[in-house]
Design a protein around this ligand. Sequence first.
Ligand SMILES: [Zn+2]
Length: 284
Amino acid sequence: MVKIKFQQEPGTAPETVMPSDSILMYLEKYIIVPAEEKCGYGIYSKAREIPIFFVSEKTINQKGLAIADGISDDLHKLRDVVDEDRFWKLEEALVDRLDPIGLYFPKGVLQDQGPEIWVSYEKICNQHPIYQDSKYATALTLVHELGHAIMDAPTSGLHCLKTWVEEPLANMIALCYLASIGPSRTNENSRMDFVTDFVQSQPEKYALGLNLFRASRLFDWEAWKNAKWLLCFKIDALLDWMEYVKGNLANVDVRCLEDLFREIVRQPIEFNQTLLQQAEKLYE
Ligand SMILES: [Zn+2]
């Protein structure tokens, strides 16, 4: 009996948007329940609490476009608070070209209700026609979105900068979670092989999740969660992290990355006039 209340997007045909009952059972019984026992992240309780909708490819693509539109406001604000040369150097990376297969919506962000998780199994199957591959990609995507849910906290700062830390950490959580249950009983190592290749092929900010996973004890997602409220004072630290990732993804020095991460999550912070002025501009 599945306790997670998986739901179908209203108005869609179940045979196109919903995974089969055996896949839903697999996600709960063979992935989330045993992984939660090993990791204790609180993902299973989030999964039973937050509505998880399986939505069509069309719906998730439309939402992706709407989110990308909202990013331009962020960019305007950022241009006022950072050095101009640096802004233009990084501008391209700050623009989100969202092509989502899953989304996490915190309460009140982009919609009044929430939180909510959307996963497009239809889109995953179109991208991964082999049954095992689409099953593993769905497991990774679902846990990735639940990773956002466990890191959800009152936040400040700019979406376009935050995602460079939040997305790799959500992938790190998902990879740690799937790895914790050991090899697949029917396919030996194929599940982890598939999901590591999958993450590696994603855009940079997601692919970084694999580096963090390989050094995961150094990157504490709870520290990130606790630092979210002060991110409006961490613009430079967030830009330093992003610039390093952009330039070094193929050759990440984990120590260096760890130092940059510590700078982002370090508390308390010394306030000065410049920082306060920056924060004020962001909230204008
Ligand atoms: Zn994400």
